[in-house]
Design a protein around this ligand. Sequence first.
Ligand SMILES: Cc1ncc(COP(=O)(O)O)c(C=O)c1O
Length: 475
Amino acid sequence: MREEPAGSSLPLPDREAVLEHAAALILETWRSFDAARAGQPLPAERHLALLSESLPQRPGEGIAALDAAADVLDVSLTQARPRFFGWIGGSGLEIGVLGDALMASHDVNVALSAGAATLLERQTVRWTGEFVGFVPSADGLMAAGGTLSNLTALTAARERALPGVRYEGLTGHRLALYCSAEAHYSVRRAAEVLGIGGRSVRAIAIDSNRRMDPGACAAAIDADRRAGIVPVAVVATAGTTLTGAVDDLEALAEVCASREVWLHADGAYGLPAAATQLAGHLFKGLVRVDSATVDAHKWLYVPKACSVLLVRDPAALEAAFSHDESYVPHTDREDVHPVDRTLEYSRPLSALKLWLAFRVHGAQAIATAIERNLRQARLLADLVRDDPRLELLVEPQLSAVCFRHLPPEHMTAAAHNAALAAAIAADGRIMLAAATVDGVPCLRACIVNHRTTEDDVRSIVEAVLELGARVSRTR
Ligand SMILES: Cc1ncc(COP(=O)(O)O)c(C=O)c1O
């Protein structure tokens, strides 16, 4: 007999059958991700027709609607496929997908204290801190991405540097932020939003390993202070987006401690590698930073969005964000709500998928998967170095590999690699990003996928050589 939900104004007819169908579609999706497919299909006429339909006024059939959604997703670019090396994204870890479904079903709001869900979020934050080797007393919260985690940390840093700024505004003060010339642009965006100003982000020179020069950072802070400018924070990047360079956290902690400047580590991409044997040493000094961003929806493999902001002193977040509103009461039992530590109000329990990932796979297996990606990046670098038709531009510290295909003599490498990047995107066998290192256009592969195999990595070189030769012939 069919079960009909009682009392709902929007019942889902035959919901058991619809749920079973959804489960079958998810399983089919996972199977299609198990191995690479031949290319990236483009939206067909039927997709375009579906996606230009007007607002449905009448009920539709649940199973048919799910089939339509799956059909659209199948021709969408997804980072979960094993040969997606383009941007840095999560790879849709299966248990994380189920966590999202369960989370959405309960639809808890972790803005105010939400009972056990709030405890689960805090446990997940602590586990993430332990995984990467942050201070054991770490606290913090989940955010909707690295951009938001960085902004949240820098808002706390601004309040620490200029107490009361949240109430008074900048009142004529000039502020500055310091980061490597290779930092992610979310730092500049935070400066724009916080009234610090994008032009007051000091892009500190990088050394031959593409790490921020701590001496130059110290000199910039001192020069600003002499000029009456208030240093808000140094943002060290623990794995730059472009090349995976990890700034020297120990040296920067020294610079910041002696000058009483907040040190934030943007480890949105790279910080999970701190848990590995192979790369752990690069993150020495992490225990000394004030705050750190880790995007679980990047190298902890879970689906978007799932960012973790770790802070040494949660009171700094409360100083920047807490409010006492008539409709958000504080009681003695629970005097701090999650919303007192962040800008966002309605917040999903995004911690659940990461909590499940840690429980189901265990920290060791996750660290081993990250280590496999690190080895794959080294394999790719070796293959590139060994082929005279290719040039490795930067030795990988983590799992980002920047390289280029060398063109025939009559062509410039820049124009050739730009054309090659377009040819690779159109071909669809592999996804790489077009990038520029020190003004040199190149190709960039970033390996942060638990499904990627050695064969998938070798396919990068095969495709680049084949398409590179083809582009050379046609230009
Ligand atoms: C180093 C770094 N920081 C911040 C971000 C922004 O993260 P999100 O896309 O989750 O906002 C990225 C994204 O790639 C990143 O690589």
